[in-house]
Ligand binder design. Structure first.
Ligand code: AMP
Length: 408
């Protein structure tokens, strides 16, 4: 099956076409600056590479642009629209309603719209992308793959906050956890790489990117995730604060005469390693270069980041009563060997030792712990698009089976 994977944001739309049998990427690209001026980037597996300005006033125009390119006689990878069997959409927040991937119907869109409050930056943009595709390809099967779904196996002891229970009942205020698509892909790839049965191992996945989260995956199911009701909780991130005492926020609001939206702006956009480094940078490469040149705050930002990751890993090892695999992924996790080493230095008590040479290996999947290490430590490149394509193909197959059952 040819799966078109769509990840729609408020002003951009990423896409890939993946052959679900060979898992080959046939084409990929990005529609940026939708509603502004429009920049279209496109590459295929057989060497076509394009970056040009194409006006895209709306998401529907963006989807039109990418579909036109996919069926273009010279640069395309499909004869016509019917060559695309399924569209898999990345959907950020499914609340408690969605515990797995689903065929997108009007009811699903209604249910997602009800979750808009929970992810006001992401869900409406996702829905716009879905509707644009439905408009142009009304007969193509659409599958929704939720970032929150893999985390829905958490038990109440992990997902409930210490708030009055009525707020959970009334508003569903609880931990949802995010980056589920990546956590699922990476935890399963780690088990596959090590020749393990994922249902028999305890894995901690450290998804360390601009947004960063950690999950505890016990016997194939998430039991905890560092992100919370929103993707603000947990680790110190690029510009997000992570865990912070709410009492400090009231204090700050009073001192600086700020309202809630101003406080949220500070927590989401002005904090994290950017804020700690006194606005030097949210990019770990720049922080590292600055640290080498004795920029104290840049060094401190990286130090706080690693310390916090190590604390979460330690607590998740306790939550699972042990850990077999620790996996680093995403921009920082995949590329910053110094941060990995710093984090693992804290984890010596788990019997972890790192092979310095392997820690600098750039392979798609690599075990960086030594043979004598009591826990496997790996670096695995995440592949959310492939996970979405796999989910979409599985749902499509299931759909075919139930349709044929109905007809017999
Ligand atoms: P992501 O959100 O997964 O795309 O990760 C983005 C972050 O990864 C950037 O903000 C950088 O801080 C970090 N990053 C990317 N490449 C490197 C690298 N080679 N070394 C250190 N950090 C990196």
């Amino acid at each position: 099956m040819r799966i078109l994977v769509i990840n729609s944001g408020s002003s951009s739309l990423k896409f890939q076409v993946i052959d679900s049998e060979t898992e080959e990427v046939l084409a990929k690209g990005l529609c940026e600056r939708i509603g502004i001026d429009g920049v279209f980037t496109y590459k295929t597996g057989n060497g076509v590479s394009i970056k040009e300005q194409i006006p895209m006033k709306t998401h529907t125009e963006a989807v039109h642009t990418l579909l036109d390119m996919l069926v273009d006689k010279e640069k395309g990878i499909a004869k016509d629209y019917s060559d695309i069997d399924v569209i898999g959409h990345r959907l950020v927040h499914g609340g408690e309603k969605f515990t797995g991937s689903v065929v997108i119907t009007d009811q699903v869109i209604d249910a997602m719209t009800e979750c808009n409050d929970l992810a006001p930056l992401h869900n409406p943009a996702n829905i716009i992308g879905v509707n644009a595709c439905r408009k142009l390809m009304p007969h193509t099967l659409m599958v929704g793959v939720f970032d929150t779904a893999f985390n829905q196996t958490m038990e109440p002891k992990a997902f409930l906050y210490g708030l009055p229970y009525r707020y959970y009942e009334k508003y569903k205020i609880r931990r949802y956890g995010f980056h589920g698509i990546s956590h699922k892909y990476v935890s399963q790839r780690a088990a596959e790489f090590l020749g393990q049965n994922p249902k028999r191992v305890k894995t901690i996945v450290c998804h360390l990117g601009n947004g960063a989260s950690i999950s505890a995956v016990k016997y194939g199911q998430v039991i905890d995730n560092s992100m919370g009701f929103t993707p603000l909780e947990g680790l110190v991130m690029g510009t997000r604060c992570g865990d912070v005492d709410p009492g400090a926020l009231e204090f700050l609001a009073k001192k600086e005469n700020l309202d809630f939206s101003q406080i949220m702006q500070i927590l989401n956009q002005e904090s994290g390693v950017l804020g700690i480094s006194k606005n030097f940078s949210s990019d770990f490469r720049e922080l590292k270069d600055a640290e080498i040149k004795y920029n104290e705050k840049a060094g401190l930002a990286r130090e706080i980041f690693s310390y916090k990751v190590a604390k979460y890993v330690g607590s998740y090892a306790a939550a699972m009563n042990g850990v077999d695999n620790i996996v680093f992924t995403a921009g920082i996790g995949e590329n910053d060997s110094d941060i990995r080493q710093e984090i693992c230095d804290y984890l010596e008590f788990l019997g972890i030792t790192i092979d310095e040479v392997k820690n600098r290996d750039q392979a798609e999947a690599v075990k960086i712990s030594t043979g004598s290490s009591k826990v496997n430590v790996l670096v695995i490149k995440t592949n959310e698009e492939l996970e979405i394509a796999r989910e979409a193909a599985a749902v499509a197959k299931q759909q075919k089976i139930s349709c044929s059952d109905e007809n017999t």
